[in-house]
Design a protein around this ligand. Structure first.
Ligand code: O2Y
Ligand code: MN
Length: 582
């Protein structure tokens, strides 16, 4: 028994007052027992085990369906260390306010002790966390998303160096819901939500917010990035890490299928991770990355055999579905699945539903939690403790006019600026006005556990320290014509762009120099087998000077918010203005 662990658990149990404490070990027998228990209480629902072996359904409370950024806090001693883009609460106030909600919150319940490892056993990248939770749903999700149980305790040994995570659903009252991070104490307290990123503390809370703070202290990079390997016909695999704002198709890109002519030529895609990358400088001077997770917590609506066949194969077994439609035959359905909807079913709230009801059957943020090892194209290297060497870093945004399909930054510092100025335009009325520019540097705005200005400085510092840094690119799959139609087909065709990116990393790939960076020539991207005319390609690769000058105005306002903006970022912005002749 690790004394630091047991005394902390005692203290937390004194606060939350559970009826019993159960340590989870990660065994199959335990999964079966907890699943049966949760089915008996209605926390989980049975699915057809012939069609979906090992799968279950969970419905969240209707008021608890997504991450809650406005209730997410970084609790550093000094407010300025959380920075202007994070909500901040003083640690003593946070412990007091949340302590009042946690007080007795597990009365009548079981406190599960969930030791887990983010990363691969024995890897210098790996970190141990322990989550105390009163939710079986959380335990079963953590079992898929992390290396949970004995393996984590063995990794920890007698050390006191573990992330202390306390989670209680309490009364699921949104008025009493808080997700508080204490990076200086290696602690997370989350209360009042049972949903994904709010309750699975290993994911956004630890592997991004707390780990970003650790990465800066310890000299490595924690990024909101997928990792994908591309194998060429000679069998060489090159790896790309890519950051996109939430809901921009990261899981699809991580699992893309190359177009037929490339498959015939021998190209393959290997998935390493779909959401988070921990990256360190390797002994060879390159940047090496691991996926610290072991599963995918993907958005179900829109996932189909057309958009992401590998994800569809992954979720056929051992998967937890959250807030999807339950069909009469005990299978699941969601909007955009490209299968006929069931004639009737139960919607995400368990109410009778038909396609004619005019309401969505699945919640738009419905999820699947599926083991990475189920993915038919999971990389043979995904559990390599050394990680995989990254050749290219890709930033992406959703821009109708401004950004071309792809461009390469001039160098690392320019690439950091490209990432820092990343933006997307809103697409749905639900998210506010259509076409409003939302800036999300490196897709880390909701996930950086410290001052974002310091985060940019950390990127710049890493660039000085990496002898062989990856090259940095920007992609935009969403450029439209005057009628608002997408010009690029996307999905598996994105492989063509990634191939150009890797060609550039290997000293090939035709490009022209423009004010924003290197853009492919019209022949640069291999369009074999794709019916896309020259004019469309010209449009996709055009650099619209006026649009960029307009964008710089918006960037200026955005960067003015940052109290610790490194001068190099502003310098890069001014250099771009000069190159544009503005
Ligand atoms: O974790 C959540 O609460 C849902 S949001 C999410 C889930 C998986 C991967 N990424 C995200 C995200 O918002 O970036
Ligand atoms: Mn994400």
């Amino acid at each position: 028994m690790n004394a630091a662990v047991t005394s902390w658990i005692e203290e937390m149990a004194k606060l939350t007052k559970p009826d019993r404490i159960v340590w989870v070990d990660g065994s199959e027998e335990e999964r079966e027992r907890l699943t049966a228990e949760a089915m008996a209480t209605g926390e989980l629902h049975r699915l057809n085990q012939e069609k979906l072996p090992g799968c279950v359904l969970h419905r969240t409370a209707p008021n608890d369906v997504a991450r809650v950024e406005h209730l997410t806090f970084i609790c550093t001693r000094k407010k300025e260390d959380a920075g202007p883009t994070n909500n901040w609460m003083a640690p003593e106030e946070a412990y007091r306010r949340l302590g009042e909600i946690f007080d007795g919150s597990m009365r009548g319940r079981t406190m599960y002790v969930v030791p887990y490892l983010m990363g691969i056993p024995g890897s210098p990248f790996s970190k141990v966390g322990i989550e105390l939770t009163d939710s079986i749903y959380v335990v079963l999700n953590m079992r898929i998303m992390t290396r949970m149980g004995r393996v984590a305790l063995a990794e920890l040994g007698e050390s006191a160096d573990f992330l202390r995570g306390l989670h209680s659903k309490a009364d699921l009252n949104p008025e009493r819901r808080f997700i508080c991070h204490f990076p200086e104490d290696n602690t997370i307290w989350s209360v009042g939500s049972g949903y994904g990123g709010n309750g699975l503390l290993g994911k956004k809370c630890f592997a991004l917010r707390i780990a970003s703070y650790m990465g800066r202290q310890e000299g490595w990079m924690d990024e909101h990035m997928l990792i994908v390997g591309i194998e060429d016909p000679a069998g060489n695999v090159s790896y790309v890490a890519a950051a996109f704002p939430s809901a921009c198709g990261k899981t699809n890109l991580a699992m893309m299928i190359p177009p037929a002519p490339f498959r015939a030529a021998g190209y393959k895609v290997w998935t390493v991770g779909d959401d988070i990358a921990w990256m360190r400088i390797g002994p060879d001077g390159r940047l090496w990355a691991i996926n610290p997770e072991t599963g995918f917590f993907g958005v179900a609506p829109g996932t189909s055999y057309k958009t992401n066949p590998m994800a569809m194969e992954t979720v056929r077994r051992d998967t937890i579905f959250t807030n999807v439609v339950l069909t009469p035959e005990g299978t699941v359905w969601w909007e955009g699945m490209d299968e006929e909807p069931p004639a009737q079913g139960l919607d995400w709230q368990g109410r009778p539903w038909t396609p004619a009801s005019g309401e969505k059957g699945a919640h738009p943020n419905a999820r699947f939690t599926a083991p990475a090892k189920n993915c038919p194209i999971i990389s043979p290297e995904w559990e390599n403790p050394r990680g995989v060497p990254i050749s290219a870093i890709v930033f992406g945004g959703r821009r109708a006019r401004v950004a071309p399909l792809v461009y390469q930054s001039f160098d690392w510092e320019h690439g950091v600026y490209v990432g820092a100025s990343m933006a997307s335009e809103t697409t749905t009325a639900a998210a506010g006005k259509v076409g409003v520019v939302r800036r999300d540097p490196m897709a880390m705005l909701p996930f950086c556990g410290y001052n974002m200005g310091d985060y940019f400085a950390h990127w710049l510092e890493m660039g000085r320290r990496i002898p062989n840094p990856p090259k940095i690119f920007h992609v935009n799959w969403f450029r439209t014509d005057e009628a608002g139609r997408f010009l690029w087909p996307g999905y598996g065709e994105n492989f063509r762009v990634i191939k150009w990116i890797l060609d550039r990393c290997q000293g090939r790939g035709e490009a022209r120099e423009t004010p924003i960076g290197y853009v492919p020539t019209e022949e640069g991207i291999d369009l074999t087998g794709l019916d896309l005319d020259r004019e469309t390609m010209r449009h996709l690769l055009a650099v619209d000077r006026e649009a960029w000058l307009g964008d710089l105005e918006d960037q200026e306002t955005f960067f003015a918010r940052f109290d610790r903006l490194p001068p190099a970022i502003h310098g890069q912005m001014e250099a771009l203005r000069r190159r544009l002749g503005g």
